[in-house]
Each structure stands twice: as C-alpha cells, then as structure tokens.
Design a protein around this ligand. Sequence first.
Ligand code: MN
Length: 326
Amino acid sequence: MSNRNWGPIIDMIKGSRRVLIFTHTNMDGDAAGSAAALCLVLRKMGREAWVLLEDKMPDYLSFLDLGVFCSQVPYDQDLSIAVDLGSWDRLEKRVDIFRKAPAMLVIDHHMPSGGFCEPCLVEPTASSAGLLVFDLIKTMDPGLMDRDIANALYTAILTDTGGFKYDSTGAESFHAAAELVELGAEYSKIATEVFDNKPLAQLKVDALALERAEFLAEGRIAMSYITLADLEALEALPEYCENAINVMRSIEGVEVAALLKERKPGSFKLSLRAKEYADVRSIAVQFAGGGHLRAAGGQIDLPLEGACEALRGVLDAFSASLRENI
Ligand SMILES: [Mn+2]
C-alpha cells in the first residue's frame, strides 16, 4: 500500500473527462515515460487524454511514441496535469493552455519552485516522476497496468536513476522495476535504445567538452562549454549536449561537473552534476536556477568569456566546501 496521499488526485482524475498532460520541454526519459504512461492509463479509464508537446521528441525516445503525444491542442480540457515539470517556466508557451483548465494538478519529484497548484504531489526524494506515476496507478487500479505502460514507466525510472546508479534510486525503484519487468517491461531492449544508441555527432560533442575541460580545486571540479558554433561545426542538435555533463562527471577524481551550453547567442544554459556528496543546487541558485542536490541547472546571460568567468568565480568559492582528495 502506498503511503502517499493520492486521494485528492485520484478524485480529480475520476471527475475528469478530457485531460491534457504536460511535461517539461527538452524531454528526457522520465518526462516522456511518465507522461505517456499516465496518458495510456487515463485512456484505459475511458477518459480522453493527450500529452501536449511543444518541441520534438528526441530520437532515442521515439519508441515511447505510443500515439499519446500531440503538438496541437486537441480540445478544451477539463483537467490539466503536469508531470515531471520541474518549474512553471518549463511549460514555456503552453503555460496559458495549462492554466485555462478549470482543474489542475501536479505530480513531480523536483523541488517546488513556488506557485504550485492544488492538489499536487511533489516528492523531491522520489527517484523519478515515473516512480510516482507507478505508485499512483497501483493505488488507483493495478489492473490497468499493461506492457506498454510498463515499458514507459520502466524507461522513466531507468533514465532518471542513471541506470539505477544515483543515490536517489532507493529500494522502491528496484521493487518497481522488478514489478514492471513482471508486467512485461522489455528491460534489455529499453537499455539498448536509451544508452547504446547515440548519434555519432553526440559522442563528438562529448569529446569536445572533455577536450576543453578546465579543472579546478585540484581536479575535483571540471567545467567546460559548448557553443552554437560548435554544434554547427559538428552538425549536432542542441539536445546532443545532454550527455556531456555525465561524461565529465565520470572522470576519476571529479566530484562536480559544470557545463555551459549556448542556447541563444550570449545566453548559456548551465548544467551541474555532483558525483557523491556535493550540493550543486547551491551553485545553481546563484545562476537563477535550481534542481536536485546532485543534478541542477541555471542560466547565464553573458558572452562566452564572461559566462566562463562568472562560473569559474562561483566554482572557486564553492571548492572550499569540497572534501580533501583522499
Ligand atoms: Mn524526472
């Protein structure tokens, strides 16, 4: 039995007829998987349901395109659900469509960044939004689960735990994964789709970020950057920058990895990852951002030199909080 308070959320879902589901732009496996699973379940409950996207689904997640994603508003929904959203600004142009519904709810595992609607179930210690959706479905009606839903939820949990590696994973994620495998989740195929299926240009972006990495605090911090010009030269899409931060973190001795990704000329998205213990959210908040303890992000609106300098300054100050190399 779940000890989460799903009651108000289940009541709202049961009272709905037409549901629109939202997740963050630049979708990852958790966003796509948790939204797709929720949508499939709502349809099995006889509701009309779609996931409204603003941008393209990344190629490596195309196996989750189970006919639930749309890019045009299909109807006036009576319920908006945000899942794995993170913060309201990640609704981008869809914010007015979300707010238009007479009822709204949020299911998330990111730290709330203010203004969340009621009811919401936000649990920052959950490994993934997919794990929360799994628990919701089990609480609501476990008989609704099927192989497509299991695949979507397994993908969500697998990706947001970094392949069951992050310390947020916890026993609940392993239990959920085992149950999903029993329900038919194709764990081997999904792992291949998600982890061993990278465009060459993406691996070249990883290589460039490594080649350029600058090390601070005696190698415990690695920082690097990718510009729009780099993407053009490598014929890489913006989303090909997503993995470089993980590669940087995997370097021996590195506790904190920081990557600047130019989104518009003179505007950089900052990604931050910690390996074991550092609180990178405390860095992110200094750059108008937030996130989790070990995975956070922000933004720096400066030309490259200035952005690197601003980041270096904050990382230098942060390095005092890092443990001595053993
Ligand atoms: Mn997530």
